[in-house]
Design a protein. Structure first.
Length: 415
């Protein structure tokens, strides 16, 4: 059984689930933010009602009324919005394990930054997500909760610091991915540990005939507001792993900082629009300037001096076994002739500014390290080169397959 194929399909299935659940979570989140801002006062509202909204969709009309704390009695049917968030985080965590933990040598560890063992990198990956939530939660429970703008600024500084820190440890691709996971963990933990428990307290009070305390809604509202402004940057960071100009830049951490600011400017426009206030068109200009700054930073090139990189010729035992394979010389010739014009630190193919997916294929170590991807993309399938623009022959693809399999590719894929 070819475990590479099974692993890749597992990755695809989990990614599909992750995207679908994220769409559901973001959609419901944006809808309720819009609904909350669009509520209008009207005569004849029930006691305790904050406002109402009329909407048309699907051939009918909807009349929505919001109670700021709770209605006088518990309705018989109550829909909870939580599994969209939980499923998104759980599927994202599974994808992190399948792609970055299971293939840590290729996607997670950058020996030029920090030469980690796989278990050390995985421990840092998982631990950072947990610590991030604990620090954020403590900030929200401090006196800063009464100064929401100051709290948002401190949160921004925390996120920028994490962006820089991740880039000092992991590959650029993994750094931005982990920053997205770090932020998404905060968002889901807000739902799981704060918003949902507070709503349960209100429901329990209603069932017991007690008047719910308004403070629980206020606390949940603060966390929900944070989630609102963090959503778009998380989506950008998750998509960035497919675009080397974002993640492979030596200024990727600063690019991430500008992305968080773009998230604020974009959401401010739509939040204001939904609140039926004058539209702040100036936010479009600010967003455009921030994006221009991102493009400019991406063109500044690699900051690290090659002399400071260290010994990148050293290989792990697995990589050495691949390099020592009888087929390696043939595969090296194929890769250098068919792939390296794009997969290079300085690509020579017109229109490509950085190696696709951040994978360079110029040295023995490069090729051995990316063996699984070469096997999957150019051996098992004809995904690479794209449209076979460099005319890779069927016999060359067969050589790649023979090389990977002869070096015990199944064990390599499992590692």
């Amino acid at each position: 059984m070819d475990w590479v194929i099974l692993h890749d399909w597992a990755s695809f299935a989990i990614r599909w689930l992750h995207v679908v659940t994220a769409i559901a979570w973001i959609g419901s989140s944006f809808y309720f933010i819009m609904l909350d801002l669009a509520l209008q006062k009207a005569p004849g509202l029930p006691p305790g009602a904050h406002g109402e909204e009329w909407q048309v969709h699907g051939g009918g009309f909807y009349h929505v009324t919001k109670f700021l704390v709770a209605p006088e009695r518990m309705p018989e049917h109550l829909t909870w919005f939580k599994w969209e968030s939980y499923s998104t985080w759980l599927s994202g965590a599974a994808l992190l394990m399948v792609v970055y933990w299971a293939q840590s040598e290729l996607f997670l560890i950058d020996p030029a930054k920090l030469d980690l063992a796989a278990w050390q990198a995985i421990l840092l990956s998982a631990g950072s997500l947990t610590i991030g939530w604990l620090v954020y939660d403590r900030l929200c429970k401090s006196g800063m909760a009464e100064r929401p703008t100051a709290l948002m600024l401190v949160l921004f500084v925390l996120l920028v610091a994490m962006a820089w820190g991740y880039d000092q440890v992991f590959t650029g691709r993994a750094a931005l991915l982990h920053l997205g996971a770090f932020t998404a963990t905060i968002m889901t933990a807000n739902v799981f540990f704060i918003i949902m428990p507070n709503q349960r307290i209100v429901v329990a009070d209603l069932k017991a005939g007690r008047k719910p305390d308004a403070k629980y809604g206020k606390i949940a509202k603060l966390r929900s507001t944070h989630n609102n402004y963090l959503t778009l940057p998380v989506v950008f960071l998750m998509l960035s792993i497919h675009y080397p100009l974002a993640f492979a830049s030596s200024w990727n951490w600063l690019i991430a900082a500008l992305v968080f600011l773009m998230g604020v400017s974009i959401r401010h426009f739509f939040n204001t629009m939904h609140a039926r206030k004058p539209w702040p068109w100036w936010t479009w200009g600010v967003t455009a300037l921030l994006f221009a700054g991102i493009v400019w930073l991406s063109m500044l090139g690699v900051q690290r001096d090659p002399a400071e990189v260290g010994d990148e010729t050293a290989m792990t035992d697995t990589q050495q076994r691949l390099a020592d394979s009888a087929h390696f010389a043939d595969v090296q010739s194929i890769v250098l002739g068919r792939c390296s014009m794009c997969h290079a630190a300085a690509p020579s193919w017109d229109g490509i500014a950085a190696p696709p997916r951040g994978i360079a294929l110029e040295t023995d170590r490069d090729i051995a390290r990316a063996a699984r991807e070469i096997y999957l993309q150019a051996g098992l399938t004809d995904a690479m080169p794209p449209a076979n623009v460099t005319f890779m022959e069927p016999a060359e693809r067969a050589t790649i397959r023979a090389w990977f399999r002869s070096a015990d590719g199944t064990a390599i894929a499992a590692n």
